[in-house]
Design a protein around this ligand. Structure first.
Ligand SMILES: [Cu+2]
Length: 254
């Protein structure tokens, strides 16, 4: 019942593990906003009737004489400070902590490189280690700037505008950009991260449902922003391994 308000207002379907928690939270917030909307609307209606001109021909210059509203306001401030400092900040610190990031053979490691106007997904290859990259190595043939001398880069491959992920395994994406600020918004995975030139910022999620959805750019990045659409394809773990194994390394074998 609580989730249904999200469907009712046209929220996107969710396909990742933590996304269901986030969506549940959004459901609660929407119900809460509905209660606030109804409450304040009723308050406005009461005020309009109660203080109508025919009943109050002369304005009162004193207003309220009790401190009731001051106490309420202080109470609201205290509750909000507790919510922010006691819950929101610690939860965010835990989520952003590198020690909490999934690790191991099971994890899919990749980079997402934004540019006007496409996403290049740079996968780690069979060693599951993403090769070193450098800005001065960027070229048409090397769109992510892989450093040839790094042994970890030999098996790395890229997928342009198609992000393939396995259901049930953690996906860790280092998000970056070649030119301006972009935003990697994978709405069904409930994950979004700005892509900032010069920074590699991690985001991660565990896909829970097979399917194919759009990835949109979440930052107004130029005239072609609206065309900057990629795809996320969540497949079974076996199907993912087949796809992963069939990709050609970006760098030619020397
Ligand atoms: Cu963009």
């Amino acid at each position: 019942m609580i989730e249904s308000i999200n469907d009712w207002i046209g929220m996107h379907e969710i396909a990742s593990r933590h996304g269901n928690v986030g969506n549940h939270m959004l459901g609660l917030i929407h119900w809460f906003m509905l209660v606030l909307f109804v409450g304040w609307s009723a308050f406005l209606a009461v005020i309009l009737v109660k203080f109508r001109r025919s009943k109050n021909p002369k304005a009162s210059y004193k207003g309220m004489t009790s401190h009731f509203s001051t106490h309420i306001e202080i109470g609201v401030v205290i509750v909000e400070v507790v919510l922010l400092l006691g819950f929101a900040f610690p939860l965010w610190a835990k989520w952003a902590d590198a020690k909490e990031r999934p690790e191991g053979d099971n994890v899919v490691n990749l980079r997402a490189v934004g540019e006007q106007y496409r996403w290049t997904f740079h996968y780690a290859g069979s060693d599951n280690l993403v090769g070193m990259t450098a800005h001065d190595r960027l070229s048409g043939a090397n769109p992510v700037g892989l450093v040839t001398e790094d042994p970890n880069s030999a098996d790395d491959f890229v997928s342009v505008n198609e992000l393939v992920v396995p259901v049930g395994r953690p996906v860790v994406i280092q998000v970056t950009s070649k030119d301006v600020i972009h935003g990697l918004a994978i709405i069904p995975m409930f994950a979004q991260q700005d892509a900032i030139p010069g920074s590699e910022i991690p985001m991660w999620f565990i896909p829970e449902k097979e399917g194919e959805w759009n990835i949109v750019c979440a930052q107004l990045c130029g005239a072609g922003h609206a065309q900057m659409v990629a795809y996320v394809k969540a497949v079974s773990s076996d199907e993912f391994d087949d796809w992963y194994g069939s990709q050609n390394p970006l760098l030619p074998k020397s």
